[in-house]
Design a binder for this molecule. Structure first.
Ligand code: VGL
Ligand code: ZN
Length: 201
């Protein structure tokens, strides 16, 4: 059985949003078409409290995209985004959501960021996604969504670690930055993640 994991296709990551991924909107029709090809479709949703410490605004004299140490973990500081209950945290209304069987929210603990759909960045808390997929006999996980170099990357990395055959759909994701994207691709290749385009699915 195979699952499509749709990562964080939320208004704040789309053009006009507070942490817009360049051309992020272009993947939505591809993600919509892909959904019919899977046994299971699951989505993740970045879901931060307003006092989240990944927000530059919650630190004195820090700007978005500065890098700090946060309780021992390297943390990029972001503009406020995906605040629980806000319009920016909603999925794009262009995203087909009827087939989504479950939504895993992440990033609720103000002290730790959570890029992966499986675990927080310190690997201390589990969202339950892995057990959910295993309970449905999923062996292959295909990742897509936003952003290619952060949440899609970390989700793919944990999917492999959790023992799923993992596929990264290159034309169904967009990156925040070219540099972090190239590094992410290199790491995923070394971990045996398979790169695939939507037309080959
Ligand atoms: C993301 C930065 C901060 C993502 C989430 O969805 O890739 N990036 N929070
Ligand atoms: Zn976030």
């Amino acid at each position: 059985m195979r699952a499509l994991l749709i990562v964080d296709i939320q208004n704040d990551f789309l053009p006009g949003g507070s942490l817009a991924v360049p051309k992020g909107d272009e993947i939505i029709p591809i993600v919509n078409d892909l959904q019919t090809k899977f046994d299971l479709v699951v989505a993740t949703q970045d879901w931060h409290p307003q006092n989240h410490l990944s927000f530059a605004s919650n630190h004195l004299e820090q700007q978005p995209f500065n890098i700090i140490d946060l309780f021992g973990l390297t943390q990029v500081l972001w503009p406020d985004h995906c605040v629980q209950g806000s319009e920016g945290a909603e999925f794009s209304k262009e995203l087909e959501s009827n087939n989504i069987s479950a939504i895993f929210r992440k990033g609720m603990d103000p002290k730790v960021d959570s890029y992966s759909g499986f675990f927080d960045n310190g690997h201390k808390n589990n969202t339950g996604l892995s057990a959910y997929l295993k309970g449905k006999n999923i062996k292959e996980v295909y990742v897509c969504g936003l952003a290619a170099d952060y949440c899609v990357y970390y989700t793919a990395k944990d999917a492999i670690k959790e023992g799923f055959r993992t596929f990264y759909i290159t034309d169904a994701t967009k990156a925040i930055s070219d540099n972090t994207y190239s590094e992410a691709i290199e790491t995923l290749k070394s971990l045996n993640v398979t790169f695939i385009t939507s037309k080959n699915i």
